[in-house]
Write a protein that binds this ligand. Structure first.
Ligand SMILES: *Cc1c(COP(=O)(O)O)cnc(C)c1O
Length: 401
């Protein structure tokens, strides 16, 4: 018996990194319900309810809306694998890790990628997007990350959506760090394929990837000359399981779907507008606090769900993250790519976006920065955040948005 490991008992963390985010207990409890079969009538009803709630959160009437097994990257792979055929030209905006991943995935399926490389932390301008659309009119798809988690930059969508929808191209959008925290309007923005993940602003454990495809995307899939090179994520097969046919394709991750169902119920109980307003308010409060401590945001247009700030000169950033975790149980993220060692990424996603977490992280950070001789007035961060929250509690959502 001595070879059996002890039960795994993870510490209770406060997850303020780039994902996963804190998971409400009721979502965890939902996962512990009895496992049923993937063709059990009760489960099929649950799938239908999940689809309806996903359509609402994506703001779409797309019939082909569902959750594929796997994390956010599986959603990316599902969208690209099903729409790209070898030799297709694809435009991808690369402004960070996840744009680069889209390019990599598209190339693996044989696409000829025209990458719009822009500096990390920046967003794609209308002029630059138009230049690429004009230069590569035969491209089949235009791919972009709405919320680039590696830089914290928020890509504005309305203008870009108008531009892409005026072309014949399929519009593919990564909404992993926006869905559930910021508005994602699939139909209004004429998005043809959009994907997300459960563990960011939906505050559900990682394991499912919500995806949605427009009628135009389905037509492109139906017109394929080659089979989808990924059997597991082939939508022509998965579709038959989520449709009235209920044809077996893979055994659905049953208990993960319970969790997603509950996480979506949490979202709609709060209400989408309330939820987006909370994310915005808490971001502005955290921002006020961090700036009062002399920390600067890297992106010009910051996400509400992820705060990417520059590490002050002379500070050992890894030590700060380690002490936040070990002494206070708070997880924040490190910089990636060109921001490695230079940035912290503080997530305010889903349940993690709370006043409590903001005041806690600012207070903890203050002590750790003082230990490393960073100078600012005592209590500056938490009191600036508290003042910002108080001020914002006096204005209505209309004024905020
Ligand atoms: C996290 C993330 C992904 C990948 O999701 P995983 O769940 O890690 O597979 C893709 N795109 C963006 C923008 C992300 O933040």
């Amino acid at each position: 018996m001595s070879t059996i490991p002890a039960p795994f008992q993870p510490a209770q963390r406060i997850l303020m990194g780039p994902g996963p985010s804190d998971v409400p207990n009721r979502v965890l409890r939902a996962m512990a319900a009895p496992t049923v079969g993937h063709l059990d009538p009760d489960y099929l009803r649950l799938m239908d309810e999940v689809r309806t709630m996903l359509q609402r959160i994506f703001h779409t009437d797309n019939a082909l809306t569902l959750a594929v097994p796997g994390t956010g990257s599986a959603g990316m792979e599902a969208c690209i694998a099903n729409l790209v055929e070898p030799g297709d030209e694809v435009i991808v905006c690369v402004a960070g890790v996840f744009g680069a991943r889209m390019k990599d995935v598209a190339e693996r399926y044989g696409a000829r990628v025209h990458a719009i490389e822009i500096p990390w932390g920046e967003t794609l301008s209308y002029e630059m997007a138009k230049g690429y659309l004009d230069s590569y009119p035969t491209a089949k798809m235009f791919c972009i990350v709405h919320a680039e988690t590696s830089t914290g930059a928020h890509q504005p969508m309305e203008e870009l959506a108008r531009l892409v929808s005026a072309s014949e191209m399929l519009f593919v959008v990564d909404a992993v760090t926006s869905l559930g925290g910021m508005e994602v309007r699939v139909d209004d923005w004429k998005i043809d394929a959009c994907y997300s993940g459960t563990q960011k602003c939906l505050s559900c454990p990682p394991g499912l990837a919500p995806v949605t495809f427009s009628a135009k995307a389905i037509a492109a899939m139906d017109a394929r000359k080659t089979k989808v090179a990924n059997w597991y994520l082939d939508m022509s097969l998965i579709r038959n399981y989520w449709s009235a046919d209920r044809a077996y394709h893979h055994t659905a991750p049953i208990n993960m779907t319970y969790a997603l169902h509950e996480a979506l119920r949490v979202v709609f109980e709060e209400g989408l507008l309330e939820r987006f307003s909370r994310h915005r308010r808490n971001h502005l409060a955290l921002r006020a606090g961090l700036e009062a401590m002399g920390l600067n945001y890297i992106p010009e247009r910051s996400l509400y769900t992820l705060n990417c700030v520059r590490v002050p000169a002379g500070v050992n950033e890894a030590r700060v993250r380690k002490e936040l975790l070990e002494r206070y149980g708070i997880e924040i993220g490190a910089g990636l790519g060109p921001f490695k060692g230079q940035a912290w990424r503080i997530g305010l996603m889903g349940a993690s976006s709370s006043e409590r977490n903001i005041l806690m992280v600012l207070t903890a950070l203050e002590g750790l920065l003082r230990d490393q001789n960073v100078k600012f007035p005592e209590g500056a961060g938490a009191s600036a955040a508290a003042a910002a929250l108080k001020k914002m509690s006096l204005v209505s959502f209309d004024e905020l948005s």
